[in-house]
Ligand binder design. Structure first.
Ligand SMILES: [Zn+2]
Length: 433
C-alpha cells in the first residue's frame, strides 16, 4: 500500500469512537486505510495526531467572504485561510455581494478565484434576480453550474408567491435547498438589536422575535404544500425552533442552523461588546440560548454555521444604529462550540461532528465532506486537540476584519492540522504552503 500521508496516533469519533489510537493512511486524496497506531506503511509525510481527535473536516455553510465588492473587509483568500485554520474544509459563501451572485457567469467568476483556496469554497446564489425580491433568478441555470444553496441572505424573501415558486423549483433540482434569512422586513424596518430591555435602555429600535417566527411559520407551510426543501439560516429564537421541530415530526423537508454566537451570547452582550455584537437576526434572550442549546443537542436543530460576517474596522466604528450587522467566526467556530457544549458535558463528540461536519455537508449537498474517517472517504480531515488552550486575538486571526465577539477569550480545543483532499493546509496550527 503506497501512502502519501499518515495522520498518526489520533483517536476517531466517527464511524466509531476508538479508545485506542489509530493511523489514518491517505493515498491519492482519499483515505486508503485506518490501522492500529504504528502499523501504517512508510509515507512521504506524517502528521502527529497523538492526544488529539481525528475528525471529518468541518463544514460552514454560511460565510461572507465579500467577493466581489467588499474586499477591504475580506476576500476569498483571507476568508479561506481563516476557514482552514478553523479546521473548516468546505464552506458556502453567501451571494449578498456587490454585485450579487445571481447568474452562472458570476458563479463561474467567484469559483475560479476559489479554486486556489486552502478550503473547498462553494458559493450559493440569489433566489431572486439582483436579490431584489421581485422575480426568481434562473435557478435551473445556476444549478447546472453547481449551485445547491439558494438564498437572498441579508434580506428575507418576503413575497409569498415568490417563496412558493422558489420552493417549488427545488422539487425539480435534486439536492437544492432554499435558505431563508427569516426576518419579516416590515417588522424589522429600522430595527438595530433585539426588541427588548437593552434596546430600550440604549434608545434604539428593536427587531422583534416575532419577525422570525412569522416567516418560519409561513415558509414551513409553503414547504409542506410544495414539497420543496427549506433551510432556516441562523435561527435565533426558541419559538421558531419549536416550529422547525414540529415540522420535522410532520416530515416536512426542513432543516435549520444556529450560529455559535446565538448559542452563547444574549442581547446583554451588546452593552459590553458594542457594534461587534450587532447582527441580524439579533442576539436574543438567555431563555432562547437555553432552548437553542438543548435543540442542537437533541436534533431539533441540525447544524452549526457561523454567518462569518467581516466588516472593516472603519465600518464597525460607528454608532450602533449605523454600523453594519455581523461578526466574524469561521476560525473560532469549532473551539467555541467544543468549549461551550462538549466541555460542559451537554454534547458528545459524535454529536459535535454531526452538527459541525456531516449535517451541514448534507444540507448543502457537499458530497466530498462530512464523511466518516474510513477507507474510501475523501481525505478531508481535521485533527482537533481538545486539551490545547488558546486565547483569541482578533489581530492574529486570518480575517481582514476584527469584529470577533470572542476576542480575549481563552478557549479549550484548537485545530492542530487540516487536511484538504489529502493535502495538509494547516500543520501545527499554522498555515502550510
Ligand atoms: Zn442572514
Amino acid at each position: 500500500m503506497a501512502a502519501d500521508l499518515v495522520i498518526s496516533g489520533g483517536r476517531l469519533v466517527v464511524p466509531a469512537d476508538t479508545a485506542e489510537p489509530v493511523d489514518v493512511v491517505v493515498s491519492g486524496g482519499r483515505i486508503a486505510a485506518v490501522v492500529p497506531f504504528g502499523e501504517a506503511p512508510q509515507a512521504q509525510r506524517t502528521l502527529d495526531a497523538s492526544d488529539a481527535w481525528v475528525m471529518p473536516g468541518f463544514v460552514d455553510i454560511q460565510v461572507h467572504f465579500r467577493t466581489p465588492g467588499g474586499t477591504d473587509s475580506e476576500d476569498i483568500a483571507s476568508g479561506a485561510a481563516g476557514a482552514a485554520m478553523g479546521g473548516v474544509t468546505a464552506c458556502v459563501m453567501m451571494p449578498n455581494t456587490t454585485p450579487p451572485i445571481d447568474t452562472p457567469d458570476m458563479v463561474r467568476d467567484v469559483m475560479a478565484i476559489a479554486a486556489a483556496a486552502p478550503c473547498d469554497v462553494r458559493t450559493s446564489a440569489a433566489i431572486t434576480a439582483g436579490r431584489a425580491g421581485e422575480r426568481l433568478a434562473d435557478l435551473p441555470a445556476l444549478y447546472r453550474v453547481g449551485v445547491r444553496v439558494f438564498t437572498d441572505d441579508g434580506d428575507c424573501v418576503a413575497d409569498d408567491a415568490l417563496m412558493a415558486a422558489a420552493l417549488e423549483a427545488t422539487t425539480e433540482l435534486p439536492g437544492a435547498v432554499i435558505s431563508q434569512h427569516a426576518e419579516d422586513p416590515a417588522m424589522v424596518a429600522g430595527g438595530v438589536i433585539n426588541a427588548g430591555a437593552v434596546a430600550e435602555r440604549l434608545g434604539v429600535q428593536g427587531r422583534p422575535a416575532h419577525a422570525e417566527v412569522s416567516v418560519v411559520h409561513r415558509d414551513i407551510e409553503l414547504a409542506r404544500r410544495t414539497g420543496g426543501r427549506y433551510h432556516v439560516l441562523h435561527l435565533s429564537t426558541a419559538a421558531a425552533m419549536e416550529l422547525v421541530a414540529e415540522a420535522k415530526r410532520d416530515r416536512v423537508a426542513v432543516t435549520a442552523e444556529v450560529t455559535p454566537q446565538h448559542l452563547v451570547l444574549t442581547e446583554d452582550d451588546v452593552e459590553r461588546l458594542g457594534t461587534t455584537a450587532k447582527m441580524n437576526p439579533p442576539l436574543r434572550l438567555a431563555s432562547d440560548v437555553t432552548a437553542l442549546r438543548r435543540a442542537i443537542v437533541d436534533g431539533s436543530l441540525d447544524a452549526v454555521a457561523t454567518d462569518h460576517a467581516p466588516h472593516h474596522p472603519a465600518l464597525k466604528d460607528r454608532p450602533l444604529a449605523d454600523a453594519p450587522p455581523g461578526m466574524i467566526g469561521v476560525e473560532t467556530m469549532a473551539s467555541v462550540v467544543w468549549s461551550e457544549l462538549v466541555v460542559s458535558g451537554q454534547m458528545s463528540p459524535a454529536r459535535f461532528v454531526e452538527v459541525i461536519s456531516a449535517a451541514p455537508a448534507r444540507i448543502a449537498g457537499i458530497a466530498d465532506h462530512g464523511q466518516p474517517i474510513s477507507a474510501g472517504s475523501p481525505a478531508n480531515v481535521t485533527v482537533f486537540d481538545a486539551a490545547k488552550r488558546w486565547t483569541v486575538q482578533a489581530e492574529t486571526l486570518q480575517s481582514r476584519s476584527l469584529n470577533s465577539p470572542w476576542a480575549g477569550r481563552t478557549l479549550p480545543g484548537r485545530v492542530r492540522h487540516t487536511v484538504l483532499a489529502g493535502r495538509p493546509v494547516v500543520v501545527g496550527s499554522e498555515l502550510s504552503d
